[in-house]
Design a binder for this molecule. Structure first.
Ligand code: PLP
Length: 448
């Protein structure tokens, strides 16, 4: 059975972000079911899902309440669109709930099916906003190197993932990227080794330099994740965000905070923007919104933009068949209600985040570990060559090896080059955090 599933997979399934050829040779792991923080493969192995699926299964697996919400809504109204002046109860309630949880100036939501679609929406809204405001010259968007904002053409253009750009194909013009606040990778090394806070300020200054190169009245928006996720769980120095905010305010540039990963409790607040005291003009969301049970995303839109577009009138020619899908909306709403009722976010902030930070930090004594960092329930290890104490010359090898070993030993960790990442379900227990850290250490031992 297993064999035939793998053979069919190989024969017919092109996987996202995958080397098709290598997968064809090695075959896929078949994941059959999941419960709590564990996934189970077809060979019966139990694996602690240190990545919450893809940073999304925040409430963990097997939540009956979410299954019920989907079933009830499917019976009641499995689909109706929100185009053409129609709406339905789940989408209205979800929009109101999201606005009540978000920073105060965000009082409208535009729904999408994914985080990538949310960022397509962002780009269109940003550009339309400035045209309506009579400043059509404000068209440039500044993103960050190694930032990730999705895989559609707009998403990959806003993102700064070199391998995605290097594969060619179309990119949206008018988007530029500045350096990322990655102290371990960039600030700590080279001729001008800097302390983290000086480095954070320098990365913010790079935004101002780029604004002046482009023309100070030409920049529409800056887009960034509060903590870069897919880029390697890059937690910026404390100095970074206050300095960025000051630069954007100086040149009247919109702030887009991509909360697709950081939103919904990951960093110990409802949104990363709350943790860093940001007041975004636009906030793309997805993933944890429904704990990944169904695909749904959206953009929380600040008053400044929503009021302008509403007052201007005229159709916004943009939207998706599944914008505000009733079943996805019902599940997302129930997900948020459970998170509130169980105090999930507060628990991450007050208990689980600090506990993980303490336990994770114990890995710093491992010869392969150059840095162990965490915020809330997102954490990273920087692998280094024990011989030199520096990063490996040939990135990827150690990270990929460690990831595969970890999986075999029963823990999903992700590798971004030689950075190992975890982002477990927010309902993980203290004991499960202990197990996670022990498994990570075993994987490091075997990798070394
Ligand atoms: N934005 C961020 C910060 C993400 O991490 C991701 C996905 O990982 C996206 C956008 C794209 O979301 P999706 O894969 O749902 O299109």
């Amino acid at each position: 059975m297993l064999h035939s599933l793998q053979a069919l997979d190989r024969a017919h399934h092109l996987h996202p972000f995958t080397d098709f050829k290598a997968l064809g040779e090695e075959g896929s792991r078949v994941i059959e079911r999941a419960e709590g923080v564990y996934i189970y493969d077809a060979e019966g192995n139990r694996i602690l899902d240190g990545m919450a699926g893809l940073w999304c299964v925040n409430l963990g697996y097997g939540r009956e309440e979410l299954v019920e919400a989907a079933t009830e809504q499917m019976r009641q109204l499995p689909f109706y669109n929100t185009f053409f002046k129609t709406t339905h109860p789940p989408v209205v309630k979800l929009a109101a709930k999201l606005c009540s949880l978000a920073p105060a100036n965000l009082n409208h939501v535009f729904f999408t099916g994914s985080g990538s679609e949310a960022n397509d929406t962002v780009l269109r809204m940003v550009r339309r906003y400035w045209v309506v405001k009579g400043k059509p010259e404000k068209q440039w968007v500044i993103g960050r190197e190694n930032g990730y904002h999705g895989s559609t053409v707009a998403g990959l253009s806003l993102g700064g993932m070199a391998p995605m750009h290097d594969q060619g194909g179309p990119r949206v013009p008018g988007i530029t990227h500045v350096r990322q606040p990655y102290w371990f990778g960039e600030g700590r090394v080279g001729e001008e080794r800097q302390d983290p806070e000086a480095f954070g300020r320098q990365c913010a200054a790079a935004i101002e330099e780029r604004i002046l190169e482009l023309g100070e009245d030409k920049v529409a928006a800056f887009i960034a994740e509060p903590v870069q996720g897919a880029g390697g769980a890059i937690i910026p120095p404390e100095s970074y965000w206050p300095a960025v905010k000051a630069v954007l305010a100086k040149y009247d540039i919109l702030l887009v905070v991509d909360e697709v990963i950081c939103g919904f409790g990951r960093l110990g607040e409802w949104f990363g923007s709350v943790h860093y005291d940001l007041a975004p003009d636009l906030m793309p969301i997805a993933k944890g919104l429904s704990s990944g049970y169904l695909p749904i995303g959206g953009v929380l839109v600040g008053d400044r933009i929503a009021d302008t577009l509403i007052e201007e009138g005229g159709e916004f020619f943009h939207g998706f068949t599944y914008s505000g899908h009733p079943v996805c909306a019902a599940v997302a709403l129930r997900n948020l209600e459970i998170m509130e009722a169980e105090g999930v976010v507060e628990r991450v902030r007050d208990e689980l985040g600090p506990y993980l930070a303490r336990r994770w930090a114990t890995l710093t004594d491992h010869p392969l570990v150059g840095e162990a960092r965490s915020l809330g329930l997102m954490a990273a290890l920087e692998l280094i060559d024990p011989a030199s104490g520096e990063r490996f010359d040939e990135a990827l090898t150690a990270g990929n090896l460690c990831r595969d070993i970890s999986f075999r030993r029963g823990l999903v960790m992700r590798s971004v080059g030689d950075t190992m990442i975890i982002s477990p379900p927010l309902v993980i227990s203290h004991e499960q955090i202990d197990d996670l850290v022990s498994l990570a250490r075993e994987a490091l031992d075997e990798t070394a």
